[in-house]
Design a protein around this ligand. Structure first.
Ligand SMILES: NC(=O)c1ccc[n+]([C@@H]2O[C@H](COP(=O)([O-])OP(=O)(O)OC[C@H]3O[C@@H](n4cnc5c(N)ncnc54)[C@H](O)[C@@H]3O)[C@@H](O)[C@H]2O)c1
Length: 278
């Protein structure tokens, strides 16, 4: 049976691990070829390690195991030229572009440097400006191709509700993260509006906690060992799980990007295990 994305090519930022890797695999399972980009190095003072080149190579190997192609390269969403180099190379190899997943992210929310302006700025640079670069770079390619397309931005439930309830819970990194995740919903709606006449659809997903290295790390462990219970309660799922799995987000992305989502544009979809109810 033909996959739901047969013949499509997806560009995924932050593809080395976590949700980005899961999207690459899930989309490849449905017949897509992948262009993947990741910074593959740390950003100082983020508080936990980012992905490595080995992680990115592992994603490529996992996609190739599914008999799909993946062209991957190192690039930083803060630097449009580095993204363009990976995209150009991928499109030269794979011949087209249909889907864009603006997924790369950092969460410099806790630890020694989290209340510095730097943590705010890094959050905004990666999570907001990085998404803008990703879309600015890719939508002209979709327009030129003339066959429509689907762009999905990874926002967060942090956009929907306060992530801290006490003074102790506040850091500029956390506020920068939340503000950027809210701002990309506004950005999504503007791009969705201007691109709708060309059948290029733009949506966002708002996950609750997702089981990836972004939250499975020493920074988070240490923070939650000492956090005020009020702050721990800031994001709690209604369903009885601590976090959803990356594939739960991939499946929502897949629905948006397949024909099943053909009339979806301008929406922010919560995959939040009912966190909005608490
Ligand atoms: N994990 C969660 O609980 C959660 C919840 C809601 C939203 N999100 C969002 O989901 C997205 C994916 O995160 P994840 O959970 O897979 O975390 P992750 O840390 O496992 O993956 C993020 C990836 O982005 C890459 N990256 C970071 N900065 C980059 C940059 N400047 N340029 C290119 N690549 C960069 C990292 O190297 C890493 O591979 C992020 O936007 C994150 O904010 C995560």
């Amino acid at each position: 049976m033909a996959g739901r994305l047969e013949g499509k090519v997806a560009f995924i930022t932050g593809a080395a691990r976590g949700q980005g890797r899961s999207h690459a695999i899930r989309f490849a399972e449905e017949g897509a070829d992948i262009i993947g980009v990741d910074i593959c190095s740390d950003i100082d003072h983020t508080g936990y390690p980012l992905a490595t080149r080995e992680d990115l190579d592992e994603t490529v190997a996992l996609v190739e195991k599914l008999d799909r192609r993946m062209i991957a390269g190192v690039g930083d969403v803060r630097d449009r030229d580095s993204l363009a180099a990976v995209l150009d190379n991928g499109m030269a190899e794979l011949g087209r572009l249909d889907i864009v997943l603006a997924n790369a992210g950092i969460m410099p929310t806790y630890g020694e440097h989290a209340d510095e302006v730097r943590a705010w700025q890094d959050s905004v640079d990666v999570l907001l400006t990085g998404v803008m670069h990703t879309i600015e770079l890719t939508y002209p390619r979709l327009l030129e191709q003339g066959e429509g397309g689907s762009i999905v931005i990874t926002s967060s439930m942090a956009a929907a509700q306060p992530m801290a309830r006490t003074l102790d819970g506040k850091t500029l990194g956390l506020f920068g993260y939340s503000a950027a995740k809210a701002a990309v919903i506004n950005l999504m709606r503007n791009y969705a509006s201007i691109l709708a006449p060309y059948n290029i659809r733009v949506n966002a997903i708002q996950p609750t906690g997702v089981n990836t290295p972004m939250i499975q790390n020493q920074m988070i462990e240490e923070r939650f060992a000492t956090a005020d219970e009020q702050d721990v309660l800031a994001l709690v799922n209604a369903l009885s799980i601590d976090a959803v799995e990356p594939v739960d987000i991939s499946n929502a992305m897949l629905w948006l990007c397949s024909d099943e989502g053909r009339y979806m544009t301008g929406s922010a979809i919560r995959v939040d295990a009912g966190a909005n109810l608490r």
